[in-house]
Design a binder for this molecule. Sequence first.
Ligand code: FAD
Length: 481
Amino acid sequence: MTGTVRDAMAGPAPAEDGPDLVVAGAGGGLAGALRAAEQGLSVVVVEASEHFRRGNNTSMSTAMFPGAGSRWQAEAGVGDSAERFVDDIMAKTGGRADPRLARTLAGVSAPLVEWLADSVELPLSLVTDFNYPGHAVPRCHSVPGRHGSSVLDHLVRRVREHPLIDLLVPARLVDVATGPDGAVRAAVVRYPDGGEEEIPTRAVLLATNGFGADRELVGRHLPEIAGALYQGGDQSLGDALRIGERLGAATGFLDAYQGHGAIAANAGTLVGWATIIHGAVLVDLGGRRFGDETRGYSEYAAELAARPGGTGWIVLDEVIFEQCQPFQDFRDTVESGVLVWADDAAGLAEATGLPAAALAAELADAAAVARGERPDEHGRANWERPLSGRYAAVRVLPALFHTQGGLMVDEHAAVVDPGDRRIPGLYAAGGAAAGVSGHGAAGYLPGNGLLPAFGLAYLAADDVARRAAGRAGPAAPAPVH
Ligand SMILES: Cc1cc2nc3c(=O)[nH]c(=O)nc-3n(C[C@H](O)[C@H](O)[C@H](O)COP(=O)(O)OP(=O)(O)OC[C@H]3O[C@@H](n4cnc5c(N)ncnc54)[C@H](O)[C@@H]3O)c2cc1C
């Protein structure tokens, strides 16, 4: 296949005439397209939204990719391994993550970041200036600016340049057709004029994200966060779930999600949890802290939503302000003008409208705890340093970022039925698949979004390539990772 949109009336054709792989969704799915194409497979990517480059979750992300045992870690003297990462996943989820998937994703995490750097030429490096809660060691890799939009722009450029990949936009996957043997035989795609096309293929990768934009599904599966802001892609409508379920796929972890407790009110930008890791505190409208903020930003969404008014303030200082400058999201927040500054607690109370006595007492308590003078009543042990000098504060809202439950997949990202049998040719990645965050919000470890999105897409591509090579004869080399 060459060019862009094929004849919408072409009708069904044998798989041999179509691409080796159809990828639905141009977020993490693009990694699968590139991985498949570099092994000589022809790929069609169908993407539902014209605005995907600034509208999907990959483009909105903070671009943190965990890679356990990566060469950047080795260079930095950080001892890490897939086993250690699995331990962290299990600790964060209380042992409730799917063990096979946890092993699979931890195992592919370092090969993935190295492939993204070496083959896709994404300028990744290890983030060493702070460590996210739940990761025993610095393990997240990111790009300059730490923003997913530059990651996605880069991938789109590479995809458009690749002679074996066609990117069809806007084109929505509405179904996957299977043959009498239950194996995938075509991707059914709908164009904006209502025309539908069956693209014959033996393999479809569902990379259409989860169901965060479907209020009914969110209300049913994630009631604790259903009333909060939704800060993810507007096309996360549960398409993969519906298509997979129709084909008999098993689903799981539908109550799992990534929340975030730090969206700047009145700006809609991400303040970021690096503020907290560097020593900031989060107080409610009563001026008091209400938990150990360093447990994680995901669980803090529902906890903040449950406070009076469903909002609070992150209080930081000038040092933290400087430490957060590497984040494009933080700089955007600052530029939007929503930070308030004050010389002391009384001034901060005036600037924020928080009760003065309570806020002053809380800031004094937090400083004493951070200096090690007494234990924190909420159990927070992670204090880089006490706040000092001028204070800054920003009002924050809780949000749902994306859902973490979906179609169950095996170690090759192949979708399985309730008996753990493959639906031949059907793959899922990212929000379309079940993730490794266990249940609820508290199991989410930073990186649990992009790793399944890119890692499962990568593994699916390898599996499709292996199977294509098997059909072609024994000489083709197996991909190495
Ligand atoms: C603000 C923010 C920050 C984040 N930061 C991080 C981070 O640092 N690290 C991390 O691991 N995770 C992070 N996440 C989560 C992460 O962004 C997502 O988990 C990940 O990007 C999901 O990738 P995806 O490919 O599944 O979905 P997406 O990137 O959303 O891509 C899915 C694509 O499928 C398209 N689509 C939908 N339905 C169809 C259909 N039927 N046919 C064709 N196309 C369709 C959509 O338009 C979309 O372009 C963050 C999320 C947010 C919102």
